[in-house]
Design a protein around this ligand. Structure first.
Ligand code: SF4
Length: 281
């Protein structure tokens, strides 16, 4: 090692010191918004020759996506849906109730709910108003009651009391959109028909630059193009767990994250790599 050169250590504060340190040393790092365009310039204008450009950064390159999947498998090997359920119908109900709520909250409500109304026929016999007090604590309880009772009536009337196992039929149920259908198909029927895009998958896919879209349908399409189909359900569950444990919305725990070295999110709380403008929820 050359004399006077001190190996770089992560800052104890958890903050990056690179920019200030380089400025003190008489160098200014000029970050341009896009990856691969960083240039190093001396104060006063004379530029250090830029290193020959190699490959343009591609956040959805198969090697990078493969690395993300590998790290998720290591961190979250056997994760599944956190909503408690014993039947496909219970999973439909729990997923409808989980909109704008937390799984913990829903899991608090459903044991008593399913004890009181054990079958889909019991729910189909209700008026939505009768269900409202039981699901009130999950929020948006009037709409949710309407959806659950409506879905139960449709399943009893058109599907012989059985939850359908395909996307087209599931989407005919009141209150069931692609997210709920994907949860039921992937978790209960073990069918990889799509990727569940909830708030966690939305946020983290954007932070990891796997999509530039904001519309859940478009995000799902982007993810389906780059994630192998046999991983769609597992990937959804892994990202949802990652969003709960580490990649939290307001304050992600980047220093503990197994994806840190390949994540360029603009709103990281700690980083060893350059961040990319726009890579955020
Ligand atoms: S490094 Fe931070 S922002 Fe990136 S995925 Fe991990 S926790 Fe999320």
């Amino acid at each position: 090692m050359a004399r006077g050169v001190t190996p770089r250590q992560p800052a104890k504060t958890g903050r990056q010191e690179g920019v200030k340190a380089k400025a003190r040393a008489g160098w200014v790092r000029v970050e341009k918004a896009r990856a691969g365009t960083a240039a190093t310039a001396r104060p006063g204008g004379s530029k250090k020759p830029a290193p020959a450009r190699t490959k343009r950064y591609n956040p959805t390159a198969p090697e990078r996506v493969g690395e993300i999947l590998k790290r998720l498998d290591q961190q979250y090997p056997d994760v599944t849906c956190a909503l408690h359920h014993k039947t496909a119908w219970e999973l439909v109900v729990a997923t409808i109730l989980s909109a704008q709520s937390t799984d913990v909250n829903v899991n608090r409500v459903t044991p008593e709910l399913f004890r009181k109304y054990p079958t889909v026929q019991d729910f189909a016999a209700l008026k939505p108003e009768e269900l409202e007090p039981d699901v009130r604590s999950t929020g948006f309880f009037r709409n949710k009651s309407k959806s659950v009772v409506g879905a139960a009536k449709k399943i009893v009337a058109d599907f012989g009391g059985k939850v359908p196992d395909n996307m087209d039929d599931l989407l005919t149920l009141p209150g069931v959109a692609r997210k709920t259908a994907n949860v039921v198909l992937g978790t209960w029927f073990k069918k990889n028909v799509g990727v569940v895009v909830d708030t966690h998958v939305h946020r983290i896919s954007r932070r990891l630059e796997l999509t530039k879209n904001n519309d859940p349908k478009k995000i799902e399409q982007d993810l389906m193009k780059i994630i192998p189909q046999d991983k769609w359900t597992l990937f959804s569950h892994q990202i949802i767990w990652h969003g709960r444990k580490l990649c939290i919305a307001r304050s992600p725990k980047c220093a503990q994250c197994p994806l840190e070295h390949i994540c360029h999110a603009e709103d990281k709380t700690w980083t060893t790599v350059e961040t990319h403008k726009g890579a955020r929820a």
